[in-house]
Each structure stands twice: as structure tokens, then as C-alpha cells.
Write a protein that binds this ligand. Structure first.
Ligand SMILES: [Zn+2]
Length: 268
């Protein structure tokens, strides 16, 4: 892959993030071997650092989670030199102690998607990348601290169940996930986070809790799209403050994690 270092940190998120750029930003249309990414990458300065941003659902929010070209998005970031991916998302809670308006730095995922293309390695070099700890051990505590600094109620760990969508869960499915002890539910973390790992990029998730999924077995009202949008809007400024703190705290060199050596341990 041709690599011109234009930014070290890449963010996938909603279109509200454009305003986080401190000065004029540059838009770059990137072609990838996997087709077109969701949108051009936007490169500029945040917290004094060169950051690349891409709205994962497209500039007009035209790609629902099951239609996102995740490989193209990740490849585009890698091709401009990004080594750290910040992957915030809106999410539902599966446990009563994780409340709407709170944030979870997930450390595990459960893949309940189907039919999504979820690898860069279709051969001929057989490559088995470990997903045991997909999320970066260096970036997770930094994200947690960044949230506390912004006076957000944070959870330092959590498991995100990634469902195929676009439909929300049935009550039975939701009850199952809750009973398993998992905390968070979302539609876009897989394969986004794992593909970052396949390209040896560090990845960190911040889940903004907007609702209680299908109602935690009848204890509260089931999720609706309008409720998600409302709570997300109310908490967007908090998320933005967290991101600025996090970007500012990421060290220049990767010394506390092995994310950069993923492939060394993945091939025979
Ligand atoms: Zn890492």
C-alpha cells in the first residue's frame, strides 16, 4: 500500500464532528481496492494534532450499518498513515446499571451480524488475526480518563453485541443478551473495529448510551429511532469534549501495545 503520512489519528463518526476541526480542513477523495469509502476523508487539526475524519454513514447518512463498506473505510485511513482509530458510536444498554447518557469504553465484542465482508485476508497468504483483544490496551484507559475529565459518567469496560440491523432486537433476543451479562448493543462496531486490527491499527470504541434496547425484559420502554436521535443530540457535546481530551492525550509513538505487530503473529 502506498502510504503518505497525512494523519496519525483517524475518527469514524457522525457529521457533527466536522466542527471539531480547529482550522480549515482538507478533503481527500480516496480510491481503494475495495471500492469507495463512505465519504471523502477530511484532514485537519484537532487538539493540535493532524486528524483524519470520515462520517461512517456517509455525508448524507445514506449508508445504514449493514451497507457500510467497512473495508474501504479502514483501508482509506491506513493509506494516509493513520495508526490509531477512534470509533465512537451510539448504542443501547442491556443492563440497568448502564444508563442512557453514560459512556462505555468497550473491551470486547460479540458478533451477531451476518453476511458482512469482514476480512482483508482472502488468501493466498493465509492469515488468522486474533480477535481475543481487538480493542487497544493503551487507548482504552486514555479514552476512559478523557471522559472523566469531561465530567462524563464512564464505564471502563463492556461487551458490545453487534447486531445485523437495520431492525432493532426482539424482546427475546434482548433478554438473551442481557442474561449473558453483556452491556452494550450496536450495529456498526463489527467488522469496523476488527478490520482496524487486521491492518495493524490501534482501535478504541466509545459507546454513547442512548436507550435500553428492547426494554430490558419489559422494565422500561423499548427503543425507538426518535428516542435514539434525541438522547444522542443531548450528549453530542459531551462526546466531542471526550474526543478532544483523548486526541490530546494519545502519545506520538506506540510503545504500550502490540497492535502494530498483529500480522507477525497471524501467519504460518
Ligand atoms: Zn494499540
Amino acid at each position: 500500500m502506498e502510504q503518505k503520512k497525512l494523519a496519525d489519528i483517524g475518527i469514524f463518526g457522525g457529521s457533527g464532528f466536522y466542527k471539531l476541526f480547529e482550522s480549515k480542513y482538507e478533503e481527500k477523495v480516496i480510491e481503494t481496492p475495495y471500492g469507495a469509502p463512505s465519504a471523502p476523508v477530511v484532514i485537519g487539526t484537532m487538539a493540535g494534532k493532524q486528524v483524519a475524519f470520515m462520517p461512517r454513514h456517509g455525508e448524507k447518512h445514506q449508508y445504514p450499518p449493514h451497507k457500510i463498506n467497512y473495508r474501504a473505510n479502514l483501508w482509506a485511513m491506513k493509506s494516509i498513515g493513520v495508526s490509531r482509530i477512534i470509533s465512537p458510536c451510539a448504542a443501547g444498554s442491556l443492563q440497568t446499571h448502564v444508563k442512557p447518557g453514560e459512556f462505555v469504553v468497550c473491551d470486547q465484542f460479540v458478533d451477531r451480524t451476518s453476511g458482512r465482508i469482514d476480512t482483508f485476508y482472502d488468501g493466498p497468504i493465509t492469515t488468522h488475526v486474533s480477535a481475543a483483544d481487538t480493542y487497544c490496551p493503551e487507548l482504552r484507559p486514555l479514552a476512559y480518563e478523557a471522559g472523566l475529565k469531561a465530567s462524563i459518567k464512564m464505564h471502563s469496560t463492556g461487551t458490545v453485541v453487534v447486531i445485523q440491523g437495520p431492525r432493532f432486537s426482539t424482546k427475546a433476543e434482548s433478554k438473551w443478551f442481557t442474561a449473558a451479562g453483556w452491556e452494550v448493543i450496536n450495529m456498526s462496531q463489527y467488522p469496523e473495529a476488527f478490520l482496524a486490527r487486521e491492518l495493524e491499527m490501534c482501535v478504541v470504541n466509545v459507546s454513547l448510551i442512548t436507550d435500553y434496547d428492547s426494554g430490558l425484559a419489559g422494565n422500561v420502554d423499548p427503543v425507538s429511532h426518535s428516542e435514539v436521535i434525541k438522547v444522542f443530540g443531548e450528549n453530542l457535546t459531551k462526546l466531542q469534549a471526550l474526543l478532544i481530551n483523548l486526541i490530546g492525550s494519545i502519545p506520538e509513538k506506540r510503545t504500550k501495545c502490540q497492535c502494530a505487530e498483529t500480522l507477525k503473529h497471524s501467519r504460518i
